[in-house]
Design a binder for this molecule. Sequence first.
Ligand code: NAD
Ligand code: DAU
Length: 334
Amino acid sequence: MKILVTGGAGFIGSNFIHFILEQYPEDSIVNLDNLTYAGNLENLASVEDNTQYRFIKGDIGDVVLIDSLVAQCDVVVHFAAESHVDRSILGPEAFVQTNVFGTFTLLEVARKYSKRFHHVSTDEVFGSLERDAPAFNEATPYDPRSPYSASKAASDHLVRAYFHTYGLPVTLSNCSNNYGPYHFPEKLIPLALTNLLEEKKVPVYGDGRQIRDWLFVEDHCRAIDVILRQGKIGETYCIGGNGERENIWIVEQLLTLLGKDTSSIEYVTDRPGHDRRYAIDFTKIRTELGWEPSVSLAEGLARTVAWFQKNENWWKRVKSGEYQQYYASQYGKS
Ligand code: NAD
Ligand code: DAU
């Protein structure tokens, strides 16, 4: 299979490329990524000499470039996005540009060549759950509440519209919070972890009792692969990690794993419009495609801590430069 991966230099995309090249040595991958602050070719250093892999620097909104790449592939797996909620609050424009217009451009070209298209989306499109409400599933109505989730919701609707209107062979997935190797340290787990490794405090928003469902990134990659090869065209699959926890629980776990105490926690001003709880019911993908998460939260967190301890050079480089300015503007300190 010839796979065009968009956003493959980011966190999940790079894990997906490693996964595919290991599991299917006969497959080939073209990775299209314009290397925003979140794109990092270091994530792919170990495969850059693999003849089955090719990197192209470019924007998903560049229709001429996209045309030449989509024409040559069998499937598009679309990860490229602006992905951080806090950044979408500071500056929503790039989110609309990439997540909505960029996805639209890709869809138009996929339509021209009738190419199979898998769209990677998020549980945030469903909004915020009460503590005792049932988990999100494929039938949950959309209720996005941040510029990020609204832009992802818009792109999901476009993808479905291209299936219904033009018969484009699409699948979609909406998953919960990923974590693991190559996770960009602006997100809760890698930010907390790397701050602790630097003897800094961990910023916890509001009361820290917001709930997320945590999915180890390898399990997510396996789920996308199953959908790509066995998923039903036109269908959406919700992917969860069986790992619903309050943020403060996650932070305390990391403190324990790193031998620190709660004096490393700093409660800070809450995120505007902060969704209280996300949770995923993944019955559909389990019963129809036989996928379920295989890495427990305890194992995944231990593996993630070990990866960040071993790859200090990676995250120290990532945390320098543009990131420092962002962190200072977000938290008022460097
Ligand atoms: P990321 O921010 O780590 O990576 C995004 C990648 O897309 C980067 O390499 C960036 O350079 C690239 N990119 C951005 N704009 C581009 C453009 N215009 N053209 C080409 N490339 C561009 O994101 P991630 O966490 O790996 O998320 C990947 C996808 O999964 C996103 O669509 C996101 O919405 C979705 N998702 C993420 C999570 C999560 O927990 N991280 C959960 C659910 C869904
Ligand atoms: O649910 C899937 C989504 O998960 C993806 O679609 C997004 O791309 C991804 O970024 C992630 O969004 P969140 O906003 O849930 O992730 P983040 O790591 O930014 O925050 C997780 C929780 O931790 C959230 O409740 C906010 C809180 N938080 C976050 C940061 C960065 C803190 O308390 N302190 C922090 O410093």
